[in-house]
Unconditional design. Structure first.
Lengths: 354, 354
DNA sequence: ATCAGATTTGCACACGTGTGCAATGCTTGC
DNA sequence: GCAAGCATTGCACACGTGTGCAAATCTGAT
């Protein structure tokens, strides 16, 4: 402001002062100056496989340590156009299954030298499109969606920009996204078979009011299996996907029906159902057999010992990671459409097979 | 690159081809060309409060939509030196308390327009210093540490670079970090008083083998309170901080001592202890009273109904956020040292006061 | 029609880094 | 001693964006 009559040094001085005031990060230029080399040498020192003499490398590292230099990844990504960021979209992070999923994923990403940009979709009233857009602004390497259902338009935009979209237990029919889902249909069938083998004749299925593909697949597949056996299942499907809903389902269902077998599409619902059923005076598994889905840690606790269908967490994160690491080859890149196997974990909430 | 004899168009052609090959992101230059304006106009259109005519703004927005333009935050942060990233360090993300903490924090950050860079400290054998260093490379606005104990040297480096470090339920005595901890001492005292009021005379305290400040504070403060009442507490302190350790503690402790009151420094330990105690034939709360700490969701479940000391999650994330948003003023910036109040949640695992 | 003032626009530089290219220095073999 | 070859180094440009400054355009009042 008014640089007209100020002596030459002033602006640079002013600049220097400004720098001290707002900009405190050490740059490679600072390091270069202290080490008495060019900026290129500094850059090369921190670039694996670049050509630097041992002497220079040493001096640079020394100077860097003295000054506390950290390479600016923003600038580096800007030029190499390859940030090692991975965007992760998830909601209900405190629910045991989601929490474990995120724990494993974030750990695996770090192990592979990637960073995890976490976006909580809990308050995304207008869908997760805005979230994905904001992730895109970071030029991420890939986006993992564990919650919500992205419209295929935004997925196409990601793909057009060379960003893989990986849907975990989600579905987007004709979009160019990798999808990795556990075998809901198979799992539901296994649960039905187990209950039938236990001799159950009056069977219910408990879901929440959520209309997620996972919920629907499990519910429908189970109901179909029961009908195949000539029985008509009693369905509960309202409320949130929580422990409390499980309790309500038990109270509601058991008041009007004398069920002897129930499949809860989620362990959390299952645990609530167990508590609700006990409160209603049912003995488990003598009066009533219960099967869950997911195998969250709490299902193994002594007060529950819930028989359930397990999703292999290892397989899941493994598949996600290999999808991320697969290279993109333009639009027609091969997409993964994996369906991961599940297995029944026998505990104590289902009568032995007759 | 030999611009001497090559016709003018050639380089730009070659460049264009290169762009198509490796670089698929749309830039502001592309938008400007399509809209028939300068690149500055594009930049200003996406900068709130900048001076652009309605006409230009409209044309730019139209072009941006057609091309699918997203501003490159890396480049933006590079110049403004203000990324809205916040680094979060945490381990054991699947443990209920940590999961809830992360859920709330990530949600709050997003609501304030900040992004969450999540680093899982689970596999940080050599401490979390390397993690913090790598966060620093992203020029984050602040770092929230929920796990591990950063040496003060790295904290000082963060502060020197204008990056706030916020320790949640952690401690770093003389370092320049904001620390936000819940009132472990007060909570432990409340737990002790409650057990004493219930008439307990043979009292135990259960912790894990972890040497975290939180664990130690709670254990010591509780033991001191018990001793003040003229009793000598029985201490258990080994294993990981899990449900299973709680069971083992119950089996180990109850085999040799006839306890009538126990304080578990973590709800997870407490729930395990309850199941272990029941298995050992103790009736709760008739024979044995149990108090936990944290108030995780599972503590309210019907099979447990654990009386516990609650940390207010709202207060916690609120304090973290206000610390992040407080401006940095060089080295001598005022630091927060908050101790958040706790409260006893009465459920069903402690005998009524006599 | 003219001119002052306000608004809009484009130029050019800055941010911190990676890297091709040419120049420099060093080694080696004769 | 000299030339050839090779490792090392510095220069300069590129990445995509924000913004001060001056030029250009528009507005409105005389």
């Amino acid at each position: 402001m008014g640089p007209d009559k100020i002596p030459i040094e002033a602006p640079s001085d002013r600049e220097a002062h400004l720098k001290r005031a707002t900009r405190n990060f050490v740059t490679s230029e600072d390091v270069a100056r202290l080490a008495g080399v060019s900026r290129s040498a500094v850059s090369r020192t921190f670039t694996p496989g670049a050509s630097v003499s041992a002497d220079v490398r040493h001096r640079v590292q020394e100077a860097a340590k003295t000054l506390g230099y950290r390479v600016n990844r923003l600038a580096r990504s800007l030029i190499s156009d390859q940030s090692n960021l991975v965007g992760v979209v998830g909601a209900n992070l405190s629910l045991p299954f989601m929490a474990r999923q995120l724990d494993e994923l974030s750990r695996a990403l770090l192990r592979r030298g990637m960073q995890c940009l976490l976006l909580n979709a809990a308050e995304a009233e207008q869908g997760i499109t805005p979230l994905i857009e904001s992730i895109l602004e970071f030029r991420v390497r890939a986006i993992v969606v564990m919650s919500g259902s992205p419209p295929s338009s935004i997925i196409d935009e990601c793909v057009a920009n060379g960003v893989r979209v990986i849907l975990v237990n989600r579905q987007a029919d004709d979009a160019e996204a990798d999808t990795i889902i556990s075998d809901d249909l198979g799992g539901a069938r296994i649960a039905a078979e187990r209950l039938l083998r236990a001799g159950c004749r009056c069977i219910g299925v408990v879901g929440s009011g959520a209309r997620t593909p996972t919920q629907i697949r499990r519910r429908v597949a189970f109901a179909d299996s029961i009908r195949d056996a000539g029985l008509e299942p009693i369905v509960w499907a309202s409320g949130e996907t929580t422990y409390e809903t499980g309790i309500e389902a038990a109270k509601g269902l058991l008041a009007s029906h004398d069920l002897d077998g129930v499949f809860c599409v989620t362990d959390l619902l299952g645990l609530g159902f167990l508590d609700g059923a006990r409160e209603a005076g049912r003995r488990i598994p003598e009066d009533l057999s219960v099967v869950g889905f997911d195998d969250i840690p709490q299902s193994a606790w002594a007060s529950y010992r819930l028989t359930t269908v397990r999703q292999s967490m290892n397989d899941l994160t493994g598949s996600v990671l290999s999808a991320i690491e697969r290279e993109m080859h333009g639009k027609g890149t091969a997409l993964a459409h994996e369906i991961l196997p599940v297995e029944l974990v026998e505990r104590a909430t289902v009568r032995p097979a007759t």
